[in-house]
Design a protein around this ligand. Structure first.
Ligand code: MLT
Length: 211
């Protein structure tokens, strides 16, 4: 397989502000590269957007990696797909001419999990990340140095897929690696709420505001 090809279905939309972080949008199970465009616009209207569709199909539903059951990941595929996305980002930065070190991911559910896996595997893959309802992507890994990498996690008290204890575990693992994590809890389940989307936008402005 070629290392660096644009082998993931995606949209690249050039933004007005070339210095703002490029938003990497990663949908949830069954989604497409169009799902999170509105969220990206809310979070950083001036940013360029790279929105990717997962290469795995589960009963016709796009995902970023295989799972064996709800919440039980195929770790071998997760590792393979994480590298696939990492290679894709390198290739996309070269193809579209943006700064590879200036990418902030926004992921929901399965998309948040692959974004978390990028953070777990590759130093300097992401400048920061907004993770809506993420899980711990995998356990037993030595994380790279994530010093100063800002991460916003939105979680639901009643999320049946990402339990509060798993959210706290993820928070702890990222913090131990040096990341600056902020967790926001809502009294909801797994859905991406409008309130958490606005909170993510506020966090982004506080975190990446210029000057
Ligand atoms: C996953 O498979 O990544 C999680 O269970 C979240 C989801 O349902 O997509």
């Amino acid at each position: 397989m070629t290392m660096e090809t644009l082998n993931m279905k995606h949209l690249f939309i050039k933004g007005k502000d070339e210095t703002a972080p490029v938003l990497l949008l990663l949908h949830g199970t069954g989604g497409t590269e169009r799902d999170l465009l509105g969220l990206g616009e809310l979070v950083s209207p001036g940013s360029s957007v790279l929105s990717v569709r997962g290469n795995v199909l589960e009963n016709g539903m796009p995902r970023f990696f295989r799972r064996l059951a709800e919440g039980v990941f195929d770790i071998e595929d997760l590792v393979y797909r994480t590298k696939e996305l990492q290679d894709f980002l390198n290739a996309a930065a070269a193809e579209y001419g943006f700064d590879r070190s200036n990418i902030v991911a926004i992921g929901y559910s399965n998309g948040a999990n692959i974004a978390g896996s990028l953070l777990f595997h590759y130093k300097d893959s992401l400048k920061g990340a907004i993770l809506h309802h993420p899980m711990v992507p995998l356990r037993g890994l030595d994380l790279p140095d994530l010093s100063g990498v800002p991460v916003f996690i939105a979680a639901g008290d009643n999320d049946p897929i990402c339990s509060p204890s798993e959210t706290r575990e993820l928070d702890g693992l990222l913090r131990e690696a040096g990341a600056e994590v902020e967790v926001r809890w809502d009294r909801f389940g797994h859905q991406l709420t409008s309130a958490e989307a606005h909170a993510a936008a506020d966090w982004f402005k506080r975190t990446f505001a210029k000057g």
